[in-house]
Design a protein around this ligand. Structure first.
Ligand code: ADP
Length: 480
């Protein structure tokens, strides 16, 4: 099968979040199954200044946006075996920021139009054309829309799959953007829109309305987003299309996240040889200025401190944790200014119990996964979550709220691999930590629990096969 991935970021070219990992790892896993995958993404300014190896331009054209036409050039590079096309659109990407600009929607309207122009070029000049176009998140959502409107005659046979990595970011703007995009209001969008969406231009909604199949990054999140609680005002539209919504768990890069080979660790280890983990714990304690004590349970956190991640619950249970337990806490995270301050102050007051680092630090992150006994993810919502899967692999037992991908990957009880709480409140979070700390006292039981997590397979292989089924499904829905 020939598949064209459309994404705003892919590691290692540009990465701001988990999407970049998926956009890099999944094409590679599909290629390993024998499929012909290409990736198309913006040529951001950072890619020019870092002078990533790429050839081109192979083509140059103008993209219509509203009254204007903007220049676009097509470049090509590679990610391992996977060819990567880069769209050089100066009006959209000749600037330092990746996202967060005032004209973000117009920028990604241009990107989507550019993708279609590139597809035309590739077909006419090189004869390459995909069977499936797979768009990711709102930045790529309009491609599905153009495929069924402007380009219905040219590309009507091509199936389209749209994957939601986080429904909270939708690319929503003023209805005037309809004219900029050269689109008209679609039937489904009038009937199915939830309150608050009508009367605006919403890229995510258009992806959902026009793709043949919609997927998200865990089975549980796929069900949750059909409800008002998690639907971010698109639940009406999603319910309208629910017979085309599926959930497939992300994998993790098991070569990169491997305690047996990780160069950032004090000592390496695996499920059969755990001595290295004790060395990692001692080294983490020493590095963070905590008492080096093998018997004290060490809780780890590596996360964005965003509302979604639920760390207000950790703020609430901190006094209890300090008063009633002997646990140590190492937290690496940045984001919410209030939470950063709260955790920093707690660390300043209780330096023998709590260590806090802000900023982004990939090496320290891996040292925390390896050095901690348990890993906290009290998320309010979590489309998939990578942290808990990395923690499992490093033998740090996850303590999570049962939501989205956390509910699909962490189980408590007989044959469990972690600790799970349900209602989003501090008491239930505290109870889950308390159960974990009790269980930690039983060294033999803890070792079994930890080993179960470490032995589970979280590689991309399984998920890539499920995506192939999804592509077959989308193709079967296309009129021949
Ligand atoms: P999200 O994509 O919503 O932030 P995920 O759990 O899916 O959450 O992925 C987060 C990834 O980013 C994990 O690999 C985690 O280790 C990493 N990460 C988060 N915060 C930091 C940080 N401050 N420093 C280093 N890595 C981080």
């Amino acid at each position: 099968m020939r598949v064209l991935f459309v994404a705003a970021e892919a590691a290692p070219f540009v990465k701001t979040g988990g999407l970049a990992d998926v956009a890099a790892a999944l094409p590679a896993a599909l290629a390993a199954l024998g499929h012909e995958v290409r990736l198309i993404m913006p040529r951001y300014k950072v890619l020019r200044t870092r002078s990533e190896p790429m050839t081109g331009p192979q083509a140059a054209t103008f993209l219509p946006v509203g009254e204007r036409a903007e220049e676009m050039r097509l470049y090509t590079g590679a990610l391992g075996e996977v060819p990567v096309h880069f769209l050089d659109i100066p009006a959209a990407f000749e600037r330092d920021a990746i996202y967060g600009e005032r004209d973000d929607i117009r920028r990604f309207v241009l990107f989507a139009r550019g993708v279609l122009a590139a597809m035309q070029h590739l077909r006419e000049v090189t004869g390459w054309s995909p069977d499936v176009v797979h768009g990711h998140d709102w930045h790529a959502a309009l491609v599905a829309n153009y495929l069924r409107t402007y380009y219905a005659y040219t590309f009507g046979h091509i199936a389209s799959v749209f994957t939601i990595h986080n429904l909270a970011y939708q690319g929503q703007g003023h209805p005037d953007l309809l004219g900029v995009a050269g689109l008209t209001e679609g039937g489904l969008l009038e009937n199915g829109m939830g309150p608050g969406i009508a009367g605006s231009f919403n890229c995510m909604a258009r992806g959902i309305a026009f793709a043949d199949v919609i997927s998200t990054v865990s089975p549980r999140y796929a069900r949750e987003i059909l409800s008002m609680e998690y639907g971010e005002r698109l639940d009406g539209l999603l319910r309208h299309r629910q017979d085309r919504v599926a959930g497939i768990l992300n994998g993790i890069d098991t070569a990169l996240y491997n305690p047996a080979t990780d160069p950032h660790l004090e000592a390496t280890y695996d499920a059969e040889q755990m001595a290295g983990k004790a060395a990692c714990k001692a080294s983490l304690q020493a590095r963070c200025g905590l008492p080096v004590d093998a018997s004290r349970p060490l809780l780890g956190v590596v996360s964005r401190l965003a509302e979604q991640k639920g760390f207000v619950l950790l703020e609430a249970v901190l006094p209890w944790l300090l008063r009633e337990t002997d646990a140590q806490l190492v937290l690496l995270g940045s984001g919410d200014a209030h939470l950063e301050r709260v955790f920093r102050e707690a660390a300043a007051q209780h330096g023998d119990r709590i260590a806090v680092r802000t900023g982004f630090d990939a090496a320290l992150a891996q040292q925390i996964y390896a050095g901690s006994d348990a890993f906290l993810m009290p998320s309010r919502f979590e489309p998939c979550g990578l942290g808990q899967m990395i923690a499992l692999r490093y033998g740090s037992v996850p303590i999570v709220r049962a939501t989205g991908g956390l509910a699909d990957t962490v189980r408590e009880g007989f044959d469990g691999n972690g600790f799970v709480f349900h209602p989003f409140d501090a008491r239930h979070f505290q109870d889950a930590i308390a159960r974990a700390l009790t269980s930690y006292r039983d060294a033999e039981g803890w070792a079994l629990l930890r080993a179960r997590g470490m032995r589970a397979d979280h590689s991309w292989q399984q998920s890539a096969r499920r995506y192939v089924e999804l592509y077959d499904w989308a193709r079967a829905l296309r009129p021949r």
